[in-house]
Design a protein around this ligand. Structure first.
Ligand code: LLP
Length: 412
């Protein structure tokens, strides 16, 4: 959805230059067509199999993005009461919400039960006991899945790999039958599924297939033992291409590879994609403030920083950097850095790019997932504005923060 026409970078039919000038920078811009296209790719690929696509809210929780998906009938995977609040505000259907995460508080559990969410993905026996207690107090039955840890290596960045035995996530798959067995004693709980999520930005989906196989074997055993398992939740994790060299499988191809094992299983299939829905649907617009040559290096100093997009600093993630206006010029190799006072504040290192001039706008690509949601006010920098594009139209869906926002809630 981001492409050049007459050397100008467009999002759908809207020139990004127009948005940068009108809203100022830094500014996140999302393509509604790209978001809906990715959602529909999951939906189409799963047709014929009962399914719920639970978009992982953590990837991008902006209300307008959630509302776009809610209108399509999308479900949501949440990891906090705050995310549930957002989903409800955006018009999401609580009956299509699953609640994941290792540390749900009793307040969050109560909020989720009162809202009528579909299912809890539980990660410890302590949590089962807590949900049982809260459900008992409210006089309701809570549906749960155990998130099992299948001990499969997702082959991704170690910070976002979650399915190995020494990770904090899930319950060892070998222990799961016994835990489901003991959970029968909780009278306010009903075991309804099994869930699994082995990591994120997974480019080779073979490990997801392996994990799915182990989970389906477990479900067969649980059913034989009399548990009424009606769904399998395969988590998220499908990677996207951040650069040409990334061999990212298509959504259709990925689901097609899973289909054989899911068809005829008599289960509702849930998936929790985040990045593959919004990642390549967003860019971060920034302006070149200065250029600077040190004895060792050339720097392009821009007005976006690690507080706006932390992925390069935190994971050494690669994001392409595109000029909003493509022109012939000198090719340079430079570090693209922000104004934050840390050496770790870089958006790209040793990057070849056409030398930009002061005041030029650049787009940092593939910033739709884990971009704004991980932004902070570090260095007392207001968080950026966000814009949603629909064809030739666009609107600000979150105002840029102001200095007053920065001190909101503080007292002297
Ligand atoms: N389900 C669960 C239980 C998860 O923990 C996650 C992501 C997802 C679904 C969605 O995964 P996805 O489809 O987006 O890969 N901040 C990191 C990514 C952290 C992912 C955490 N869990 C980054 O910027 O790369």
């Amino acid at each position: 959805m981001f492409h050049y026409e007459n050397e100008q970078l467009l999002c759908e039919q809207t020139g990004l230059d127009e948005i940068a000038r009108a809203t100022g920078t830094p500014c996140y811009v999302y393509s509604s067509a790209a978001i809906l296209g990715a959602y529909r790719a999951y939906h189409t690929a799963l047709s014929g199999i009962p399914h719920v696509i639970c978009y992982a809210v953590k990837a991008n929780s902006t209300l307008a993005v959630l509302a776009l998906l809610a209108k399509e009938g999308c479900g949501f995977d949440i990891v906090s009461g705050g995310e549930l609040y957002r989903v409800l505000k955006a018009g999401g259907d609580p009956a299509r919400v699953v609640f994941s995460g290792v540390g749900k508080t009793s307040e969050e559990i109560e909020f989720a039960l009162r809202s009528g969410i579909c299912n809890f993905n539980c990660e410890s026996e302590g949590e089962l006991a807590e949900i049982d207690a809260v459900a008992g107090r409210l006089g309701v039955t809570a549906r749960f899945s155990l998130r099992v840890n299948p001990d499969v290596d997702a082959v991704t960045h170690p910070y976002i790999s979650t399915g190995l035995r020494d990770h904090k996530f899930g319950i060892d798959i070998a222990d799961a039958p016994a835990v489901y067995g003991r959970a029968r004693a909780f009278t306010n709980l009903r075991a309804s599924g099994v869930s699994c999520h082995i990591g994120s930005q997974i480019l080779d989906y073979a490990p997801i297939l392996e994990a799915a196989g182990k989970v389906l074997d477990l479900i067969e055993r649980l059913r034989a033992e009399g548990h009424g398992i009606d769904h399998v939740d395969l988590g998220g994790g499908l990677g996207i291409a951040y650069q040409e060299a990334d061999n990212a499988p298509g959504i259709g191809e990925f689901i097609a590879a899973l289909r054989g094992r899911l068809e005829g299983a008599g289960l509702t299939v849930m998936v929790e994609p985040g990045r593959s829905i919004v990642g390549n649907a967003g860019v971060l617009l920034t302006k070149v403030l200065y250029r600077k040559q040190s004895p060792a290096k050339e720097f392009v100093i821009v007005d976006a920083a690690m507080n706006d997009l932390i992925r390069p600093a935190l994971y050494k993630a690669h994001h392409e950097i595109l000029p909003l206006r493509r022109e012939a010029g000198l090719e340079i190799v430079a570090d693209v850095v922000g104004p934050v006072c840390e050496t770790g504040d870089f958006l790209a290192r040793d990057r070849s790019l056409t030398a930009p001039r002061q005041g030029d706008f650049l787009a940092i690509a593939s910033a739709g997932a884990y971009g704004f949601v991980q932004a902070s006010n570090y260095n007392s920098r207001p968080r950026p504005a966000e814009v949603l594009v629909e064809g030739g139209e666009w609107r600000v869906v979150r105002k840029r923060e102001t200095p007053e926002d920065l001190i909101n809630g503080e007292t002297l």
